[in-house]
Structures are given as C-alpha cells and as structure tokens.
Design a protein around this ligand. Structure first.
Ligand code: FAD
Length: 468
C-alpha cells in the first residue's frame, strides 16, 4: 500500500526516519503543507520564507531522484493532511516530530483524524538528539540550568545517521494534485531584497552537508574545530560553522553533525567538546520551549513583568534612554546607532539573514539594556530577518540576554559595545566590512550615553527588588 510522508522542519532525504519508514512500507508520496492557519502557529518571517522557497525546490529535486513526487498544499494541517492521505489512498502517514505547542496540537489532531479514517500514522525523532520528555532531573522535573542538563545528556549515545535511501522501485499510482510553489509568493518581490542573501547562502541539503564537511575538515590538521574555542568569538574571522540555517530547516540533522564532530574528537578534543556544547544549547532551547510553550511572549522570570521596558505604541515607559525611542529603535534596526559593533551586526543581519553570535549578544544587550526596549521587540525583528530564526533558539537567547530567562546571563552584566568591539574586533576589520562610511562624518555619532543608560537600567532593575 501507498505511504504518505509529510515534510516539515526536516527538508532532507538523508537521515530522515519518516522518509525511510515510508519507502520501506511501499510506493511513497511526499507532502509539504504551508500552514498559516492552524491556531497559534507563528507565521514565518521574510528571510525564512526566502529560505523555505529554495529549500523546498532543493527537496523536490532530491525526492525526484528517488522517484518520490512532492505535493505542495496550503491550509491548516488538520484539514490538508487527512485529505491528501485520502486522495493518495495512503495506508500509512508518517512524519518527524515537532516540539512547539501549536505544532504538537496540530500533529495530534492530524494523527487522530488519520487513524479515524482507518490509516496508520506514525511519528519519529529526527530534529533533536534528545526528546525533551526523555531528559529529567532526579526529582523528575525538567532542567532549568544548562550545565547539569548538558552533563546529563552529553555522554549519551546517539544513533548514527541513516544513509541515502535508494530510489523507489514502484511509483505511487495516485498522486494528489498540488499547488505551484511559486503561487505561495515566498520570495520578496517589491522590493526584492534577496540579492545579498542569495550571494551569502545556498539553501539545501547538499550545500548544508558541504558546509559541515568543510567545517570539520578533511583531516585533523585542517579542521576548523582546532581553533574554534578561541576564534568562535571573533566576528571578523569565519571561525564558526554557519550551520544554523541548515539545522533550522533540517537540511542537516543534529545526528549528522554530532557524529562528524565526534570523528574529530581525538585531534581536536577541546574544539569538539566546545562545539558539541553549542549543539547542546540548541537542544536546551528546545527543551525549554517544550516545557514553556509561551517562551516567545512571557518572561521566564515573572519578576521582570514589572520592568519598564518600552514597546511600540506604549506611551507609559520611555526606557533609560528617555525620549526619541522610536528613532533609536529605527537606528538599531538599520545599523545607525553610532556603535560600530552593533551597527555592523545589524547590517550583516539585514544583508545576509545571519549575524555572528558574539554580535547578536552585544546588539541584543544594547537594545534591551541601553535603549530599554522590550526583548520581544528585538526578538520579532530577528524573527523576521534571520534565515536561522527558530521558535526556540530565538526567544530563548533573547531572554538569556535580557536576564529574564531561566538560565540567563545576570541582568547586571551589561555589555559595553565599545569595549566588546575593542576586544573581539580589535583591528576593526568586521566593522569596516559592514560600515563603509566608518570614520567619516557620514557615520552617526554615538546615539546614547552608555554610562547613563547603563545606570538607568540598573536603577530600574533594583526597583524590581533585585540586588546585584
Ligand atoms: P556555531 O558556533 O558553529 O554553532 C553550531 C550550532 O550550534 C549552530 O548552528 C546552532 O545550531 C547551535 N548554537 C550555537 N549557539 C547557540 C545558542 N546560543 N543557542 C542555540 N543554538 C546555538 N540560533 C539559531 O539557530 N536560531 C535563532 O533564531 C537564534 N537567535 C539568537 C538570538 C540572539 C539574541 C542570540 C544572542 C543568539 C541567537 N542564536 C540563534 C544562537 C547563535 O547566535 C546562532 O546559533 C549562531 O550564531 C549560528 O552560527 P553558527 O552556525 O556559525 O554557530
């Protein structure tokens, strides 16, 4: 009998347990649903839509080589998936699991509707090394602090990646009608701002595996892992993997990354361990989202509900920067704050859909602490502009920087963007690469007084009854 495999955040054919189960069952049809109408599902940002379009084209062509047709449909998953399963006369419907609450609700609804129609439905683990419900403290609670979480899980064994599947021998006899990908208008048109994105990235599975291969290196001496622990903080050096969008869209699986890095453990023991722990932060962010479904909207530390952060349209708070906050927010978004490290980062983000991690931290801290703008406003901007924006890592890291998260940086640790620039971009190469007018009169003056705004943020923090 026919099988239907429903693709979501797993746009790959290798190491894809759902696809493998479908192909083992019988003639397989693949489905992707653009779901913008299930309750609570967060609409994709602009950069994500661009990536998705190209990622789906790549997936369609990989599946074509396997003889598997990919059907595109739009609508709420609970309506579309059972309908396509019926049209394909599928006996079995399979997918890889998702972890956000609205996604899980949709998947549960699909599962029961599919089963009620007399078909089998099965889901698999593919996007995380550890299912969030399988990691608990000795008291049976979920972890709220990274270090013990990672201590608990980093020593576990992780399955080896599944190989490339073989083309299917028998074609499915009924392929439901799909929509034309271009009719979804995922690509920006007026204006088309995607040129620099396209120069920076090649979305897709083969490209992602190439990025992974280049990063771990052909042999130990050439591996970027050797200098990763030191160089990962220097935005002017291409020292990090840039795997984040490939992991976000599932072009590359965490199992593939884990084992590629483990193979370099002997040559680069420290680098492999530090890098693996970064993958661990990704796991921990999803672990946190699973246990706190409203991570993107609610402070994990409720005492921060009384912090006077400014949000657009809110006349009551002005933040420590005082007036002119709309203009300051605009200057932050467009990279004109007068602080080179922040501005370079924001411009890199706007152009390429990605920003170096050190700079993400500095820029986020500047917005939240010096400008006094609510972390949600920054989170939404990143959500719209990052090609790696994900529903867990983005809010998790914003809350980490803001101090409102579970295992967050202490609030009073306020990055100084000037000092951070001297330390991590000491020759200014990164700043100059993104700010051609740097050092000329065209480049803006520093838009706020760092010492004053810092003091104001600390006052506000103390007014919550918190001490340093
Ligand atoms: P590498 O250093 O090569 O790390 C390897 C992988 O580990 C990354 O690809 C990523 O999957 C994971 N990783 C590394 N650091 C983190 C982290 N702090 N949290 C979670 N995963 C991590 N990362 C996202 O993937 N999506 C986001 O939406 C996102 N938003 C962020 C927002 C803010 C304010 C901050 C401070 C960080 C955010 N990050 C996010 C984390 C981090 O900045 C990026 O994962 C990293 O810069 C990606 O570059 P890389 O692949 O070269 O990283």
């Amino acid at each position: 009998g026919t099988a239907l495999v429903w693709f979501r955040d797993d746009l790959r054919v290798r190491d894809n347990p759902a696809l493998r189960a479908a192909l083992a069952h019988g003639p397989t049809v693949a489905l992707y649903v653009l779901d913008e109408s299930s309750p609570g599902i967060r609409p994709l940002g602009g950069a994500a839509r661009w990536w998705l379009h190209h990622g789906l084209e790549d997936l369609a062509s990989s599946l074509e080589h396997l003889g598997v047709p990919l059907v595109f449909r739009r609508g709420p998953a609970a309506a579309v998936v059972p309908e396509v399963a019926a049209q394909a006369r599928a006996e079995l419907v399979v997918w890889n699991r998702r972890y956000g609450a609205p996604e899980r609700r949709a998947d549960t609804a699909v599962k029961s509707l599919v089963r009620a129609a007399g078909r089998e439905a099965e889901s698999f683990q593919a996007s995380l090394l550890h299912e969030p419900w399988e990691v608990a403290t000795q008291q049976g609670n979920h972890y709220k602090v990274f270090t013990p979480f990672w201590k608990e899980v980093s020593g576990r064994d992780h399955r080896h990646p599944l190989p490339m599947p073989r083309p299917q021998r028998e074609a499915p006899d009924r392929v439901p009608r799909g929509e034309d990908l271009s009719s979804w208008a995922l690509l920006p048109r007026t204006p088309d701002w995607s040129g620099p994105l396209a120069r920076a990235w090649t979305p897709g599975e083969a490209a992602g595996l190439e990025v992974l291969k280049d990063f771990v290196g052909p042999d130990t001496a050439d591996s970027a892992l050797v200098e990763y622990p030191e160089a990962r903080d220097l935005p002017g050096r291409p020292a990090t993997s840039r795997l984040s969008p490939y992991l976000r869209w599932g072009h590359v699986s965490p199992f593939q990354v884990w084992h590629a890095v483990a193979d370099r453990r002997r040559a680069a023991p420290e680098g492999s361990a530090v890098f693996a722990s970064e993958l661990g932060w990704r796991e921990f962010a999803w672990h946190t989202l699973y246990h706190h479904p409203d991570l993107a909207t609610e402070n994990l530390r409720p005492e921060f509900d009384d912090y006077g952060w400014w949000t657009p349209g809110d006349p009551s708070g002005t933040g420590p920067a005082g007036g002119g906050i709309e203009q300051l927010l605009d200057a932050w978004r467009t990279g004109r704050t007068g602080f080179p490290l922040v501005d370079a980062g924001q411009r890199e983000l706007w152009a390429t859909g990605w920003m170096h991690n050190r700079v993400r931290m500095v820029s986020a801290s500047f917005l939240v602490k010096n400008l006094g703008v609510h972390w949600r406003v920054g989170e939404e901007w990143f959500w719209d502009t990052l090609v790696d924006a994900d529903a867990a890592s983005n809010p998790f890291n914003w809350q980490w920087v803001a101090g409102s998260g579970a295992d967050a940086a202490p609030f009073f640790r306020i990055f100084n963007p000037r000092t951070q620039g001297k330390k991590f971009d000491h020759d200014g190469a990164y700043a100059r690469a993104w700010i051609p007018e740097l050092g000329s009169t065209e480049y803006p003056q520093e838009s706020v007084d760092l010492a004053e705004t810092r003091a104001a943020a600390l006052d506000e923090y103390r007014s919550l009854g918190q001490s340093e």
